[in-house]
Design a protein around this ligand. Sequence first.
Ligand code: PMP
Length: 284
Amino acid sequence: FDDRDGFIWMNGEMVPWREAKIHVLTHGLHYGSCVFEGERCYNGKVFKSTEHSQRLIDSGRILGFEVPYSVEELNAAKDALIQKMGFKNCYVRPLAWRGSEQMGVSAQKSRINVAIAVWEWGAYYSDLRLTKAVYDRPAPNTAPVHAKAAGLYMICTISKHAAEAKGFGDALMLDYRGYIAETTGANIFLVKNGEIHTPKPDCFLNGITRRTVIDLARKRGYEVIERHILPDEVRDAQEIFVTGTAAEVTPVRAIDDLSYQVGPVTRQLMEDFHNLTRGDAKAA
Ligand code: PMP
């Protein structure tokens, strides 16, 4: 991924893609002091840009550091980079991390760096089939679960690799109590008898796409119930889908040995989300 043309925005400058490097003694690399975002630009406009910039700043604060740019500055940097790269539709990856000024767990004097990369990224999932994850989501008193923190993705990569080794597309992660949480990079919804059920985001990311899709579903008159959901409940769901910036709205076709059709509720919400993001300029 590092060998391509283009630019990466780094601490306020447009750096040629291949030269956007950091020192090997970067604190973020050693100790996970890094937060990031994942966004999509549709028709030249970053979807929910302000919400994502705010979440990056909030994630940094949860990890105990201040991102040295305002929401407005981050939004402008994303727009300038997308324009420089000449993209209309792309994925946007801002991140902020502690630098290499100080080694050791404590790094109070380290610089907070910020970078943004953008690239063209099509569908994240195709024919999504899930299997139970190797790891559970940690309890809120054991990790900063509401930050989009790089360190929290260690268990996601391990779980996703294990799922892929078994021929599945992703892993279904449970929470520390044994309830359904999410996949390694998207939130999950179950459709049961015309109602939409989704786990309460009390120990994992309350995705921006998740909230958008809940609003779209309620506008369509669907009952959306946020509650604790036991893994066995997937047995009598008629439809299951996931939501996320990369995933958008993707139907789940199987969970281990259970299969699902792409049903009418999922289809409707896929269409509504598509119209919201690609439809017109109101999709702010
Ligand atoms: N959960 C996890 C673990 C994720 O990585 C993501 C993607 N950021 C989501 C949920 C969905 O969040 P969003 O809709 O804000 O992209």
